[in-house]
Design a binder for this molecule. Structure first.
Ligand SMILES: [Zn+2]
Length: 311
């Protein structure tokens, strides 16, 4: 057993990462638990216990990054993309084989880990935006997540930005940021762009694969394809509008962008900043920095472990 360490679980739709995290946020070892199709809570729990045993980490505090809302009083998660776990007393069950257990939203967990790499995250106010299939938004104030309801910063990825309200997001609202600026939106718009002949790169991608992925759109944009670059510019526009709203609501000192679409790099972040600055209160633009996340896919697991170590 490693002294002063904790276990961090990052639960995803298809698999869960289980890691041994040092007191200063280093990932020491990890296992991936693949969730079997149709697995129920007891079977998943047994797999988690086996992973903790394989890390020889029994008895350590455990932190759980959950992909949904959190009911902290009952130590469980709700409304996630892993319905077999929703409503089950996960924290208590894992505390049974391990030490004390903490549960928090997965975007918050990633932000807790990321905050340690920026002075504003530890001392000030850091907003983290995770751009993936959906849009996750977390706010860290002096190193801790700010929660409004459901153990999250509301559902801030669903701020309304598109007055035409032409698309509906996966959760059911129309005109929200997620409906127009997410991996899902890029796949939809990229497939259209390929079919109308405005992007040679995406047209050949659609021919080869039958569909256009968000990562293909990012690759095409980075290689100079004009159609894909227009799509990314439009996405920066939507994100700039959302950033202006989040700034007005939360006054962050720093906004960090992570998730799969952050592969677009600092030029994309600069586009977002320009769009946001044109719409924001000048004093908010002046003191708010926008940057890329420093941690990759392990951030949720690391943040969960750190949360378990924070009283
Ligand atoms: Zn929505």
């Amino acid at each position: 057993m490693t002294k002063g360490a904790a276990i961090g679980l990052d639960i995803g739709g298809g698999s869960t990462k289980v890691g041994l995290i040092s007191h200063d946020g280093q990932l020491l070892a990890s296992h991936r638990v693949v969730l079997a199709e149709g697995a129920e809570f007891p079977a998943i729990l047994a797999d988690y216990r086996a992973a903790i045993a394989a890390l020889r980490a029994e008895g350590l505090p455990v932190g759980i990054a959950y992909p949904g809302h959190i009911d902290r009083a009952r130590g469980l998660g709700l409304n996630s993309n892993v319905p077999a776990l929703d409503g089950h007393p996960l924290a208590a069950a894992l505390a049974g084989v391990s030490g004390p257990a903490a549960i928090l939203n997965d975007a918050d967990a990633a932000a807790v880990a990321e905050a340690r790499h920026h002075p504003e995250g530890l001392e000030g106010r850091m907003l983290m935006v995770t751009l993936g299939t959906g849009v996750g938004v977390s706010m860290i104030v002096a190193g801790r997540p700010l929660e409004t309801a459901g153990g999250t910063l509301g559902d801030s990825g669903h701020v309304n930005v598109d007055p035409s309200a032409r698309y509906r997001c996966r959760q059911g609202c129309t005109g929200c940021l997620e409906s127009v600026a997410s991996a899902e939106a890029l796949e939809r718009d990229g497939t259209l762009m390929a079919s109308i002949g405005e992007s040679p790169a995406l047209a050949s991608e659609a021919d080869a694969a039958g569909t256009v992925s968000a990562s293909a759109v990012c690759r095409a944009a980075l290689s100079g394809d004009p159609g894909a670059q227009r799509m990314i510019g439009q996405m920066a526009d939507w994100l700039g509008m959302a950033v202006a709203s989040w700034r007005a609501s939360f006054h962050p000192d720093l906004i960090v962008f992570g998730g799969g679409l952050s592969v677009l790099g600092q030029p994309f972040i600069d586009q977002i900043r320009d769009r946001a600055d044109a719409r924001s209160l000048p004093f908010l633009s002046a003191h708010c920095r926008l940057t890329l996340a420093r941690l990759g896919n392990d951030a949720g697991m690391i943040g969960a472990g750190l949360a378990a170590l924070t009283p």
